[in-house]
Design a protein around this ligand. Sequence first.
Ligand code: 5AD
Ligand code: FES
Length: 357
Amino acid sequence: MEIQELKALIDRLEREKILTAEEFALLVENRTPELDDYVFEKARAQAGEFYNADVYIRGLIEFTNYCKNDCYYCGIRHSNKNADRYRLSRDEILSCCEQGYELGFRTFVLQGGEDPYYTDERLEGIVRAIKQGYPDCAVTLSVGEHSYESYKRWFDAGADRYLLRHETADAMHYQKLHPASLSLANRKRCLFDLKKIGFEVGSGFMVGSPYQTPQTIAADLLFLKELQPDMVGIGPFIPAKDTPFANEPAGSAELTCFLLGVIRLLLPAVLLPSTTALGTIDPLGREKGILSGANVVMPNLSPVRVRKKYALYDNKICTGDEAAECRFCLQRRVESIGYKIAVTRGDRAGWVNPAQK
Ligand code: 5AD
Ligand code: FES
């Protein structure tokens, strides 16, 4: 395909904020460095419209690596007997928040495997304690698939946001990445329940996961348009040892950045993190992500003693660094490309707090 035709597709995406599945697949199949730059420039302009040069930070607290699920790509899957399991106590979590607040974080993301130890009640207590101590902060949960009732309970306790990647919007592909106990239908049910309850919702997918094709990526983009999430997390697949996909190739930083740009044009006001996985496959990945249209970074606030244990994939960066080191390292990186870190909850542009509706 001629570069001019591809650029014309990008122009139309920018104007109409949608393309067909065939057109998205064509872009993925035919992209070149020249087209990448064309997308990035437009994506940066859109991000600037809504967020200026601000980059939002989220303090990520990886509070448990126990998981009852067995996703084939994930290093903390239940069957991985070599994973060194840990849980953080409520007090440990609160002390991460205390440290994080000092460092300028106004969003705390509690992420963990699907760990039955954290019952609805326990997690509710933790959410309440954080909201009580830090009423000006947003609490984000990222703990997998649960019932409408569980989600509602955590929302009523004060949780503001929920992250749950759809992973792939193609049902056959979904089944190649997950055991039979998990389904795309239930994942979607969860996402629509979360929206209905009033959470700010984040979804997303891995780039370059095994069996992914330009067509499944097109389905991902169309699903995101349908879901209208507040945040979209994408990062390259990176193989994890002791998993069924240990010997599969990693996804590329180039395609990840291209898709960040495309998602910025598809959902212009969306919160778009430049992920740790992107920073892991490319030392300048997080900077490149921001220059492709991303506007969020999520440094780790977990205690250093557990950092290496939350190993979703191999060679994860920042596992030896204290929270403060990552905070200032990221500030340097963000400023080196002409952006600045904002001390704010950082809700999506145009978002209306349900409590004030
Ligand atoms: N490589 C990259 N990302 C991964 N995730 C899980 N395992 C891997 C991996 N091997 C991502 C999933 C999940 C998020 C928390 O981390 O997309 O939703
Ligand atoms: Fe963790 Fe740079 S962000 S060391």
